[in-house]
Design a protein around this ligand. Sequence first.
Ligand code: ADP
Ligand code: MG
Length: 339
Amino acid sequence: MADIIKLLPDHVANQIAAGEVVQRPASVVKELLENAIDAGASTIMLIVRDGGKALIQVVDDGIGMSPTDARLSFERHATSKIQKAEDLFDLNTKGFRGEALASIAAIAHVEMQTKLQAEELGTVLKIEGSKIISQEVGATVTGTSMAVKNLFFNIPARRNFLKSNQVELRHITDEFHRVALAHPNIAFHFHNNGSEMFNLPKSNYRQRIVNIFGAKTNQKLVPVAEETQVVKISGFINKPEFAKKSRGEQFFFVNNRFIKSPYLHHAVVSAFEGVIKPDTYPGYFLYLDVNPASIDINIHPTKTEVKFDDEHTLYAILRSTVKHSLGQFNIVPALDFEQ
Ligand code: ADP
Ligand code: MG
């Protein structure tokens, strides 16, 4: 029998992986913002054009990369964030899969400018469809700028599948909110088609929520705080009177990473039972801090799901903590103006 199995060339493997990591422009925004955060940036700028179809650029003032790292960063499974399997259980970075840049470069035109603080000159690197077009000495600003143009240029089916610029921009904005809410200690700027969408100074959690969702939000927020051996919970719930028919302002962050969890959502909603109308949803911004060893974030390439060691305990703690905050708020209405 003839052997028929072959290893796929890298650029094909990258393109396949890209299908999982990059669903739409907002996925690129998420990956680039997370890389900027992992690089220790204190100010991050997001620039998009045409709903991200023409341009997605993220500029950070983080640590930057050496010329060799600049090139390596586009290789699949190339990462500076983990070295061994055990590191997966002690993650302190957003990234670890070493997949995002390789995936993005497989399906777009990318220009990277990057410079280490200790160096006078940095690197300008162009890569298109996994192919390095040029790498030159240049770039004088410390940090990294990644410009991603013509997303899905080589996958017409995917490009055609994208929604209107307006809809794609909404997805990008959602992603931006999630990242910005998780990191109030970082300043964020967001420009769309040349106009400023957000200018978020460094602040605290409450102020960041208010800066994103508007001054009126401040009076809605009731603080939540609990610390047990399993989890530290902080953040805010919206007062019951602001519950909405539509879902919207509902955010869970686990170790400063936005996650979706129908199970934990249920814990919060059930705590509101009896105080809001049955067909309405409470708003919440809840930050859960747990031991990194007690969760698995490597469930899905986009890392928006988490497996908790002890989900049931977490559910119970969350539910009673939210109930407690609601109770306090009812008894002492002025409480929510503290903090
Ligand atoms: P991961 O984030 O999972 O490590 P990526 O493909 O997103 O994988 O990035 C690969 C590597 O490139 C990172 O581990 C990091 O070393 C480097 N890198 C990417 N973006 C930046 C950035 N903005 N600043 C500094 N280094 C970066
Ligand atoms: Mg990354």
